[in-house]
Write a protein that binds this ligand. Sequence first.
Ligand code: CLF
Ligand code: SF4
Length: 280
Amino acid sequence: MIEEKTRKHPCYSKDAHEYSRMHVPVAPKCNIQCNYCSRKYDCQNESRPGVTSQILSPEEALEKYAHVKEKIDKLSVLGIAGPGDALANIEETRKTISLIKEYDPSVTLCLSTNGLLLPQYAPLLVELGVYHITITINTIRPETGAKIYKYVTLDNKKYIGIEAAEILLENQLKGLEYLSRHNVVCKVNFVYMKGINDYEVKEVVEAVSHRKAFITNIMPHIPTKGTEFAHLSKASLQEIDGVRDECQSILPQMYHCNQCRADAIGKLTGRTHCVKKQIG
Ligand code: CLF
Ligand code: SF4
């Protein structure tokens, strides 16, 4: 059943291009601050910067899903990808999933998260039947994490620096291990930031491969005005493809990510950021 769902998931299977995914923007809050993210926009761990999504309540999300399901043929996936973190808004996420699953039991449920709350909520996600989960892991080195994350908030306490990065990393890896053990098909996103984590791609792909991730999605950081990392230069399309090619022998790579917004609907429109023919 999960294999069949993966086969029809347009992000996880390059051949599933005739299938559509629909995001519902029900998760506005976030519990960390990435230095490449402006809170004015959607979560950059799955989104292009510079776009914002109107927040929906779980009931509105159901209404929209029902409407779209009528109109779009082969809508296979319902995803929650922000605009903040799906798990930092667990009540809204849980309710949305429950309502939509009740309405359409055949739907494939998907979400993306920074992973901070996975140790707490991974069992709930498994119970809810979410078998496709994306975790963004940008480094496995706490000293690099301290450069990427301004702070991490957990149990009403704010952490900074190496301590914050260690907490986030530990939870991401623990979460990935738990989900893999429970047959969840995990994708790991990596935001490739020149001069920050560009020499760490392989070690991240290796670390998540050991923990049974299904695929990695190496995405270019898109510099955003008003963020700490606005000054970083953007990797070229060829550079990103080159890194993906290098990592192919470790784990399958995604070559067709659209870096969607939190309210994206429809088929993946092809390679928005890369020009080379898809080989993943
Ligand atoms: Fe959405 Fe993400 Fe699920 Fe896909 S997107 S939560 S896995 S249903 Fe897909 Fe969009 Fe790339 Fe994400 S193209 S940004 S990888
Ligand atoms: Fe922004 Fe997403 Fe990072 Fe939260 S996890 S700070 S929404 S990029």
